[in-house]
Every structure is written in structure tokens, then in C-alpha cells.
Design a protein around this ligand. Structure first.
Ligand SMILES: NC(=O)c1ccc[n+]([C@@H]2O[C@H](COP(=O)([O-])OP(=O)(O)OC[C@H]3O[C@@H](n4cnc5c(N)ncnc54)[C@H](O)[C@@H]3O)[C@@H](O)[C@H]2O)c1
Length: 259
């Protein structure tokens, strides 16, 4: 039997990358999945809807629709996010507002829409995609980092507030994961192969991760296997957040790790 057999899962940001990989793992583990994203999915997904996760009405209507069809929501995966690789002084106010309005607002709206149903049933697991940048400072993307730290605060607070009602809230905190988002930080997707050393220079595992490696962790946090794990921040990052490496390891002449 699948580890999510009988569970109803909602995934925001499920069209590609980490979200799509998680939708596939959820389905493989027996969940009924309702995935939503602002774009059409990279592959056909059953139960898929186009939803702008920053739009209060659209999120509300989508969640109401899931409840009407499935009767309950056991798992919520808040995965919507965009990146902004700019220094603080180069970030405009519009860019600041835009990334908070997306990365933080989407998780707020999704959670606020689903939580009352979980409270009513006294059960539910909420998993939110934060980042390495949600647990450590990084020089290249301070405002993105701030949004990802905000998601950690939101998650821990939900855990503390609602644990006694059978609700769990945890984050996954990926390091560099090979997705369209990561590749879009380069001038062209082809640059990926040549720029890997730069991408993982600060990763002890000396490699990027795969979307399915994050999805497996989300399945664990969504499932009853993790039923007493609540309010945690789980790095999936080849030890990047664990500490500093020997100084010479930050030079670019190291051997890439095994993928
Ligand atoms: N790839 C990485 O290296 C990495 C590292 C750390 C954290 N993350 C986080 O993981 C999550 C997934 O990222 P990914 O790498 O799979 O990138 P991605 O761009 O493939 O996935 C993000 C998804 O969010 C969707 N989205 C954007 N705006 C939306 C909106 N308004 N409404 C609904 N959906 C919307 C996108 O269409 C996309 O499908 C993000 O939150 C990202 O910040 C990624």
C-alpha cells in the first residue's frame, strides 16, 4: 500500500520542477492529488487546475472545489516561488514587493484557505518549500532569502499554534536543485554544464540535487511516518547549511560530486 494511500493532497506550484516531481511521488504513493499552478503543466497531471496562488479569490475557489469534490484535504504543499538574484542596493521597491507578494503571500493564502478544514477534522500536514536561503545568509539574493526566512517563521508559528489540533507544519529547504528555475539564473540553459562548479562551490556534496530528491522528503513529511515531527526546517542540500568547509574547498578546482 502507498505511504499516502487514501490521502487528499493539494499542491500549489505543481506544473514543473520540484512541484511536478512531488505531484508524481504523491500519486505513486497512492494520494489523490489536486495540483495548481499559474502555468500549464509540463506533463499531463490528473486533477490539475490553472490558479494564480497570489489571488485570494482564485485560491479560495480552488480549495472550495477540492473540498466539494473530495470532502477533505489531508496534505497541503505550498511550493510556489520565484527567485531574485540581486544585491540589496540593486533591488527596486517594485521587485521587493513583487517577490514578497509571491513567495510569502502564496503560502499565506494557501494555508489560510486550507487550515480551517484541517482544524475541523483535527488532522493535516502542511509542507512549505523554503530554501537554503531560509536558514542561512547568502550574499547574492538577500531579498529572496528574506522571503524564505519568512516562510520558516510562518511554518513554525503554525506548528506551535495548531499542533494540539493534530496539524503539522514543516518546511523543506532545498539547496541548488536542477530545475528550470536554477537554469534560468544562467544566461542560457546550456551554460548549466559549464557553470556547475560555480553553482555548487559552496555545497559540500559538490553537486546539484534532483527534484525527486526533494519530493521524497516532502512525501515523508506529508505521510503519517513523520507524525510527531512538527515545526522542523529540513535542509535537502548536500550539507550546505551544516557548516563551513575548509577554505580551499571554495576555489573552483574541485572534482564534481556523483549525481
Ligand atoms: N531549484 C532550486 O535550486 C531551489 C532551491 C531552493 C528553493 N527552491 C524553491 O523551490 C520551489 C520550486 O522551485 P523550482 O526550482 O521547482 O522552480 P520552478 O520555477 O520550476 O517552480 C516554481 C513553480 O511556481 C509556479 N508559480 C509561480 N508563480 C505562481 C503563481 N502566482 N501562482 C501559481 N503558481 C506559480 C511556477 O509556474 C512554477 O511551476 C520554489 O519555491 C523555489 O523558491 C528552489
Amino acid at each position: 500500500m502507498g505511504r499516502l494511500a487514501g490521502k487528499v493532497a493539494v499542491v500549489f506550484g505543481g506544473a514543473r520542477g520540484i512541484g511536478l516531481a512531488t505531484v508524481k511521488e504523491f500519486l505513486a504513493e497512492g494520494a489523490t492529488v489536486f495540483a495548481a499552478d499559474i502555468r500549464e503543466p509540463a506533463e499531463e497531471i490528473p486533477g490539475y487546475s490553472v490558479v494564480d496562488a497570489t489571488d485570494e479569490e482564485q485560491v479560495g475557489a480552488f480549495v472550495d472545489g477540492v473540498i466539494a469534490e473530495a470532502g477533505r484535504i489531508d496534505v497541503l504543499f505550498n511550493n510556489v516561488g520565484i527567485h531574485l538574484g540581486k544585491s540589496l542596493v540593486d533591488t527596486t521597491l517594485a521587485e521587493f514587493d513583487n517577490i514578497f507578494a509571491l513567495n510569502v503571500r502564496a503560502a499565506f493564502l494557501g494555508t489560510r484557505a486550507v487550515l480551517p478544514h484541517m482544524i475541523e477534522r483535527k488532522a493535516g500536514s502542511i509542507v512549505t518549500t523554503s530554501s537554503n536561503g531560509g536558514v542561512m545568509g547568502r550574499p547574492g539574493d538577500p531579498v529572496y532569502n528574506a522571503t524564505k526566512h519568512a516562510l520558516v517563521g510562518l511554518t513554525k508559528s503554525i506548528a506551535v499554534a495548531h499542533a494540539h489540533q493534530g496539524i503539522r507544519a514543516n518546511t523543506v529547504n532545498p539547496g541548488a536543485i536542477d530545475t528550470d528555475m536554477l537554469r534560468s539564473t544562467l544566461n542560457s540553459p546550456e551554460e548549466f554544464e559549464t557553470k556547475q562548479h560555480q553553482l555548487v562551490a559552496s555545497t559540500p556534496a559538490a553537486r546539484v540535487g534532483e527534484a525527486w530528491e526533494v519530493a521524497k522528503a516532502v512525501v515523508f513529511l506529508a505521510s503519517d511516518e513523520s507524525r510527531f515531527i512538527n515545526g522542523v526546517v529540513l535542509p535537502i542540500d548536500g550539507a550546505k547549511a551544516a557548516g563551513a568547509m575548509p577554505g580551499n574547498r571554495y576555489s573552483l578546482d574541485f572534482e564534481l560530486g556523483v549525481r
